[in-house]
Design a binder for this molecule. Structure first.
Ligand SMILES: [Zn+2]
Length: 340
């Protein structure tokens, strides 16, 4: 499991190009044979296998696995869940069985599989020197209130740790807040949009009615036509928002941060926090829809879960999490600048 996670990050995001040269961007010159299903375009996972040069496609009990020496993609018929080298992603549309084959929505192929598999092909992902770190909440807005502290407090603590480490590496870091003050969502968006060669990382911690809920999750903006995770589609979901310019870059950044965080927090040779992977998801949070540079919102665990709140309160957990985010920034940078 851990070995798989390691592969996911190193292979997909550092040695991202599976088959250099011969492949061009989606659809050009490749016989995709798309089919229409419930108003959406789908392509078969057999096509995906051929396009990316997977050696094996195996099916078992509705599960479909595409595999070669370094990459393993797992899907399930009727499910939104997809695992790439063990890391969980929530698809925009479920996998559908049609005429004895399994199909993935074109949106998921173009907006998820392709940028994660081949980040160096993302045209919108340009070289950056600025990292905007957004500590969630602040001031009157405490965010989640946990057993040992508030979300606004932990978010700022981690944000400062990340800032210090990034600055040591030579990045310019902009903090949307560096004290316990309230900053509106519109202001956070405005601050981020002042910088062109930048990426944006928003840091939060979770809470849920169910005290049992735990784990980390990462959000990127929903592509056009895709709702906020867990709710039905609305008319305004079809409107292009500024964040959509960076759809592909944002999912690559999310993959780097989410994958590295799992790897660092669940390191059996370190403090193995046994953090659950809740997946990389699509959302229509204001900071994701409004920001014009690659942007993610990361949730570093549940303050409403007593065990997890204790972990989050630990300086070692905070340091480990921050180191993972910093490493992910380097990994993302390497993945988009690698020569094709
Ligand atoms: Zn929050």
């Amino acid at each position: 499991m851990v070995k798989n996670l390691r592969l996911s990050v190193t292979f997909c995001l550092t040695f991202c190009l599976l088959y250099c040269g011969a492949l061009t961007s989606y659809g050009q010159g490749f016989p995709w044979a798309p089919v229409q299903h419930k108003g959406n375009e789908y392509v078969s996972l057999n096509n995906v296998k051929t396009f990316y040069g997977f050696q094996k496609l195996t099916t078992q009990g509705g599960g479909v696995t595409l595999e070669n020496a370094g990459v393993k993609l797992q899907f399930k018929s009727g499910s939104y869940q997809c695992r790439m080298n063990g890391v969980l992603f929530i698809l925009s549309y479920p996998i559908v069985p049609l005429k004895g084959k399994y199909f993935i929505a074109r949106t998921d192929l173009v907006k998820l599989i392709e940028p994660v598999m081949r980040p160096s092909y993302i045209n919108s992902a340009t070289v950056f020197n600025t990292v905007v770190i957004d500590a969630g909440h602040g001031g009157n807005d405490s965010g989640a209130v946990g057993y040992l502290g508030t979300e606004k407090f932990y978010a700022l603590k981690v944000a400062r740790l990340v800032r210090d480490m990034l600055q040591k590496k030579g990045y310019r870091v902009v903090m949307t807040r560096n004290s316990d003050v309230f900053i509106s969502l519109a202001n956070r968006v405005a601050i981020a949009n002042r910088y062109k060669n930048a990426i944006f990382i928003s840091i939060h911690f979770n809470a849920a009615k169910s005290r049992a809920a735990s784990g980390i999750e990462t959000f990127t903006v929903s592509p056009v036509g895709v709702p906020h995770v867990g709710r039905g589609v609305r008319e305004r979901d079809f409107k292009i928002v500024p964040g959509n310019i960076m759809d592909s870059a944002s999912i690559a950044l999310a993959t780097a941060v989410h994958g590295r965080t799992l790897l660092y927090l669940n390191n059996p040779r370190g403090n193995n926090y046994r953090i659950i992977d809740r997946g990389i998801k699509r959302a229509r949070f204001n900071v994701l829809t409004g920001i014009k540079v690659p942007a993610i919102l990361f949730e570093g665990g549940f303050l409403s879960n007593r065990t997890e709140a204790t972990k989050i309160n630990s300086p070692v957990y905070q340091q480990t999490l921050s180191s993972a985010i910093v490493r992910a920034v380097d990994v993302y940078k390497a993945s988009i600048t690698r020569k094709r």
